[in-house]
Ligand binder design. Structure first.
Ligand SMILES: Cc1cc2nc3c(=O)[nH]c(=O)nc-3n(C[C@H](O)[C@H](O)[C@H](O)COP(=O)(O)OP(=O)(O)OC[C@H]3O[C@@H](n4cnc5c(N)ncnc54)[C@H](O)[C@@H]3O)c2cc1C
Length: 510
């Protein structure tokens, strides 16, 4: 890094010294084993407790579970350093464990579930996987068909999943199921699933184009009994939970893509300095030099986009736009850079003994996994082209009917609709900022089984909600499903578990 880069870096001295710890761990414990794991088509699971013992699996998690609860930039450092191991497969497995499969357990699980599983997850004693995709549904999450049918205090799970990272190693799955197959989004629920449950089997370990140091599997569920207490959030809230989780998953994808691009580019520059043709190093040919300038520029643009998305994400604001852009741009840059590097290596770029071939195979996944480039463009085009008018209304209705109650009347109705018996141990201050004519700011406090509503900003909120008048009225009057408004970026909530608890404690507006 030059002086200007250091001055503008988002990392402070503590982050940088953590970087040295990560770098040492990766170079001593992972890089020497990565070729073997690539050849074996999977990692040796003993590395997980080793990472756990170093505190590398608990960076974002609370100390009570053995984590260090550090800011997200420490996680960025870890992702960037892990990418230096020289393959994308094993880092993907680690990221799935810490940043994709286990966060919903920590955010939406009951205290009992968290106390039971989080310490083992953070210690690397239990490996986790995120099981959403199915043979017939990947991008279309609401189209999943694995069912969970209530039977007393258990669900009976039947169905199958495919493409599941860590599928052959996982002890725990964060599993998307349909608890109401007659519904689309609102029929989806999320469960914690223990893979020693009778009826569970690993269908097939899948052969892949790349990312060989990570296992990918098909999973089958045949009348598996899962305790109802393993539910994450409430029944029907699985789609929210998955969408909420996707933001971090996509950000991790973007950051990892840039780090991988940087590594293969550095190796390519080294090669171009030593490989000679026509009596001089190939890096001295102008066409190669200009390629390097282009690669460096695009990597820098991607890095800044990923860092910007990270800043918005850590600020707690709605980062759907920035993260979707970063996922799209960084991942497309990652595959492009690998392709360019193969070209500079020439014939050796096509050979397994040089790193460019692996980079090309590994990076091809970037624009597919965790939401394809087409889906990112779809999300962004809705925001860019459809703008604020975009809504996902109930089938059959085109624009929301706002002739119903006013925002002020709805807030006035809240204390009467509050059901303390449904609120559980909820104690929270909510701040609603409703933009547009007839909107305003309201503070809703739930304390000791009672609800107090006041206009204006009062106590510091533990949950902030931003939306506009039309959306708020349409959601409250049942014209739009809250999850659709949330997905469309029309409602921003920074503490989804609290918001879900609040919604669950209110009777319908009559
Ligand atoms: C190596 C690997 C690891 C994975 N790990 C996991 C994991 O751990 N857990 C998990 O749940 N899943 C995992 N996946 C699945 C991955 O998330 C899906 O492959 C991805 O979401 C795409 O879904 P699909 O493969 O079913 O493609 P489809 O959804 O069938 O899409 C096929 C094509 O159609 C396009 N398309 C689909 N819908 C639209 C639309 N509305 N507009 C325009 N184009 C569209 C897609 O962009 C794509 O080009 C993994 C996949 C791979 C390859």
């Amino acid at each position: 890094m030059n002086e200007a880069q250091t001055a503008c870096s988002p990392f402070n001295e503590d982050h940088q010294s953590f970087r040295q710890t990560c770098r040492r761990f990766v170079s001593e414990k992972i890089t020497p084993r990565i070729d073997e794991w690539e050849a074996n088509k999977g990692y040796d699971r003993s590395i997980f407790p080793e990472m756990g013992a170093m505190g590398l699996l608990g960076i974002p998690y609370p100390e009570e579970y053995g984590g260090s609860e550090l800011d997200f930039w420490y996680s960025v450092v870890w992702m960037e350093e892990l990418a230096r191991c020289g393959a994308a497969g094993f880092p993907m497995s680690t990221m799935v464990h810490s940043y994709m499969a286990s966060p919903p357990i920590e955010r939406f699980g009951t205290q009992e579930l968290k106390d039971r599983f989080m310490p083992q997850i953070v210690a690397g004693e239990k490996i986790t996987a995120l099981a959403i995709s199915e043979p017939g549904a990947g991008s279309d999450v609401a189209g999943i068909r694995t069912t969970a049918v209530r039977d007393g205090d258990h669900y009976i799970v039947n169905g199958s999943k495919t493409f599941i990272t860590n599928g052959t190693e996982a002890d725990l799955l964060t599993l998307a199921v349909k608890t109401d197959p007659s519904q689309t989004h609102s029929g989806v629920s999320a469960l914690v699933f223990e893979t020693d449950t009778p009826g569970f089997s690993i269908g097939r370990k899948l052969e892949k184009l790349g990312c060989h140091s990570s296992d990918t599997a098909e999973l089958a569920f045949d009348n598996c009994r899962v305790p109802v207490k393993n539910l994450l959030g409430k029944e029907g809230e699985g789609f929210y939970i998955i969408m909420d989780n996707f933001q971090q998953e996509r950000l991790v994808g973007a950051i990892s893509a840039v780090a991988g691009a940087e590594l293969i580019f550095a190796k390519t520059l080294e090669y171009a300095r030593s490989r000679k043709a026509f009596g001089k190093p190939i890096g001295h040919f102008q066409v190669q030099r200009h390629r390097f300038a282009e690669i460096a520029t695009r990597i820098e643009a991607a890095r800044q986009m990923a860092y910007h998305a990270t800043r918005v994400f850590v600020s707690g604001q709605n980062a759907v736009r920035e993260i979707s852009m970063a996922k799209l741009f960084c991942c497309e840059t990652g595959t492009w850079v690998a392709d360019q590097c193969v070209q500079t290596y020439g014939g050796w770029g096509y050979m397994e003994e040089y790193p460019a071939a692996r980079a090309l195979r590994d990076t091809r996944l970037l624009t597919i996994g965790g939401g394809t480039s087409e889906i990112m463009r779809e999300i962004l085009s809705r925001m860019v082209f459809d703008g604020k008018e975009y809504l996902l209304p109930e089938e059959g209705s085109s624009t929301p009917d706002t002739s119903g109650p006013t925002v002020s009347e709805i807030f006035g109705s809240l204390p009467k609709r509050f059901r303390s018996e449904k609120a559980g141990d909820l104690q929270e201050v909510f701040r609603f900022d409703i933009s547009g004519s007839g909107g305003g700011t309201w503070t809703v406090q739930v304390k000791e089984g009672e609800m107090h509503v006041r206009e204006g900003a009062h106590e510091d909120p533990g949950c902030s909600v931003q939306t506009d008048v039309d959306t708020y009225v349409a959601v409250e009057t049942g014209q739009i499903k809250p999850q659709d408004a949330f997905m469309a970026g029309r409602i921003t909530v920074d503490n989804i578990p609290a918001m879900m608890a609040l919604s669950g404690s209110l009777s319908r507006l009559s």
